[in-house]
Design a protein around this ligand. Structure first.
Ligand code: OKS
Ligand code: MG
Ligand code: ZN
Length: 329
């Protein structure tokens, strides 16, 4: 796997050791039972992603290699302003049509990994829907940047979104998604932007300065029936937990007023002070307080794993959120 970064191809920040380190810490701290994913097939994925996008992802690697391309599949052309938004036949054209960024490559294992990650989320979602107070879905690849028909930002299927939709389809009247990852959850926002049955809230680095650059500003509040059901809280470089937690408080007040039947936390720990690609200043101890505040919402809660790239600290930080949450039970 490779990531286009700074004009060169690097080992991706989103790499297997992230999940291995988190799993190791979960076991070390005896946080709870560790279960393998079940297979839910594509039906729950197709509740949020379009058929044509799913079909594209499924065949993209074969289509790419059939053209004799030497490396991984990296989009390099997009429909810019004034151009046609139609799906071309050629794989280079389709890669651009179905993406919004070029750092995320497609390779031989991408389809299976994206499906497995969705199954991890749906397995945890089913546990919560069936009465568990909370579950943590150790998803990778992450999901919150993926739109209904776009990949990018290391994301292919939007695990938080398809889990929220699964809660709805199983009878939850309202679901809230709170995205505490350093980056804006642009895919999650876009998927539910015109709906009032899934509230979306994201705290993140100012998109004027960081990825995803083109969505996530505070004046994006929802559209049509969804007006008032999307909230973005943006922060500048250097933001410490003492400031960040004020936004969390605002978010929690909104969620309490909304009275959802279930809560999905898009859990990224790239807000950490030593994260290599981000600019907030949260410490490992802060994650205990974050989890505790989320736990005080007292809602059936599903955590889906998103970003966080300081692999040395990722296990401690993620497990601290979950431990803080557990303190409230
Ligand atoms: C491009 C930077 C790409 C950042 C992707 C963000 C991934 C992430 N050089 N999302 O939450 O952590
Ligand atoms: Mg966020
Ligand atoms: Zn992130």
């Amino acid at each position: 796997m490779t990531e286009l970064d700074g004009g060169i191809l690097i080992e991706p920040h989103e790499k297997p050791s992230r999940a291995e380190t988190i799993l190791g810490r979960v076991k070390q701290e005896q946080l709870g039972e560790v279960l393998p994913p079940r297979d839910f097939g594509l039906a729950p994925v197709l509740r949020v992603h379009t058929r044509d996008y799913v079909d594209f992802l499924k065949t993209s690697w074969a289509d790419w290699t059939a053209e004799g391309k030497p490396g991984e599949a990296i989009p390099a052309v997009w429909p810019g302003r004034g151009m046609r938004h139609r799906v071309p036949k050629d794989i280079d054209g389709r890669l651009g049509y179905y993406s919004f960024a070029a750092e995320t490559s497609i390779t031989e294992g991408t389809w299976d990994a994206a499906c497995a990650s969705a199954n991890v989320a749906l397995t945890a979602q089913a546990l919560v829907a069936n009465g568990e107070a909370a579950a943590f879905a150790l998803c990778r690849p992450p999901g919150h940047h993926a739109h209904a028909d776009l990949f990018g930002g290391y994301c292919f299927f939007n695990n938080a979104a398809l889990s929220a939709q699964a809660f709805r389809d199983q009878g939850a009247r309202r679901v809230a998604i709170l995205d505490v990852d350093f980056h804006h959850g642009n895919g999650t926002q876009a998927i539910f932007y015109q709906r009032d049955d899934v509230m979306t809230i994201s705290l993140h680095g100012d998109p004027d300065l960081v990825f995803p650059h083109f969505l996530g500003f505070e004046d994006e509040t929802g559209d049509g029936a969804g007006e008032g059901f999307n909230l973005n809280i943006v922060y500048p470089p250097g933001t410490p937990f003492s400031i960040w937690r004020e936004g969390l408080e605002t978010a929690c007040a909104r969620i309490e007023a909304y009275q959802p039947d279930a809560l999905v936390i898009a859990l990224g720990v790239d807000t950490f002070e030593d994260d290599p690609i981000s600019f907030f200043k949260l410490t490992s101890a802060d994650y205990l307080l974050m989890g505790e505040r989320i736990g005080k919402l007292n809602l059936p809660t599903l955590f889906t794993m998103e970003g966080g790239y300081d692999v040395d600290a990722i296990g401690v930080n993620v497990v601290n959120v979950l431990k803080g949450f557990e303190r409230t039970r």
